[in-house]
Design a protein around this ligand. Structure first.
Ligand code: FPP
Ligand code: MG
Length: 262
């Protein structure tokens, strides 16, 4: 091993140890059940680095794997991610095709033996209109879900192609349809609609924390119903592909401070 290789190994080892110590300290306090991410900034990250847009999305996938590892180490039971909005189909065709190829390859890799979901016992759910995806992506998703269906330590909700307006409209339509079929005359309640949301269908815990990366302060039609008065919303400047433990640390500490001060 050359001196430079040794120095790099030593540095990575030291960072790894520091991260493990920090995770251990964080885990001693209250941990959120459900954390959601709006993964934003892949293209700006690519532009800043002078690489192709698809490289930004590919590095975004690596960041997703990294974040899932950190969330598992913290014992967070549900992670939801905005992986593809219904509106994203309006992007340039080569970008959409690139994202579809990435989804087809990478989701199977994520779920296969040795992948981060298998390693941490995470079950994959998809929330959204997956029937809009090309058949090859639908097949890959079905296989990926099958591979993780017996995992029971935690859950990953990949929201794609998703929008809250679509989710809520569909839930209202189903509620009205069911009421007509049952000949029900009582008024429709909030619970009727909530029970028909995509998150209810996969029995997801209430949303504790929503994080959007890249400095943009918008919800972009993501989990609008699920953001309640108890959800803490954080907008952070880091581009999604660069996200890591040091971005999550202050957010989890803030959550713990709020829980302790209740
Ligand atoms: C938002 O950044 C990101 C996306 C639209 C795609 C997110 C996809 C991944 C993180 C890869 C893993 C997911 C799949 C489906 C395999 P942006 O493109 O809006 O970037 P910008 O805000 O800088 O323009
Ligand atoms: Mg964006």
């Amino acid at each position: 091993m050359s001196l430079l290789q040794y120095a790099l190994w030593f540095r990575d080892n030291a960072i790894d140890r520091v991260q493990r110590v920090l995770l251990g300290i964080l885990k001693a306090g209250p941990i959120p059940h459900h954390v959601a991410f709006i993964m934003d900034g892949n293209r700006r990250y690519a532009r800043d680095k002078g690489v192709q847009v698809i490289q930004g999305h590919t590095d975004g996938f690596v960041a997703l794997r990294r974040i899932l590892g950190i969330c598992s180490a913290l014992d967070i039971k549900v992670v939801s991610v905005y992986a593809f909005s219904i509106d994203n189909f309006k992007r340039p065709q080569d970008e959409v095709d690139g994202l579809m190829n990435l989804a087809e390859k990478s989701l199977l890799e994520l779920c296969s033996y040795g992948g981060v979901l298998a390693e941490h016992g995470v079950r994959l759910n998809t929330l959204g209109r997956t029937q809009l995806f090309p058949p090859a992506v639908q097949e890959a998703l079905a296989k990926a879900k099958e591979l993780t269906k017996n995992n029971n330590r935690a859950v990953l909700n990949m929201c794609m192609p998703y929008s809250s307006r679509d989710e809520i409209t569909t839930a209202v339509e189903e509620t009205v349809h069911d009421a007509l079929v049952e000949g029900r005359i009582e008024p429709i309640t909030e619970k009727d609609i909530e029970d028909r949301l995509l998150t209810a269908k996969v029995k997801t815990a209430p949303l504790d924390i929503l994080i959007r990366t890249s400095g943009v302060k918008r919800l972009s039609d993501y989990l609008l119903w699920q953001c309640t008065e108890n959800t803490q919303i954080h907008f952070i400047d880091t581009y999604w592909p660069d996200i890591g433990l040091f971005d999550l640390l202050p957010i989890i500490l803030d959550y713990q401070r709020k829980v302790w001060s209740q």
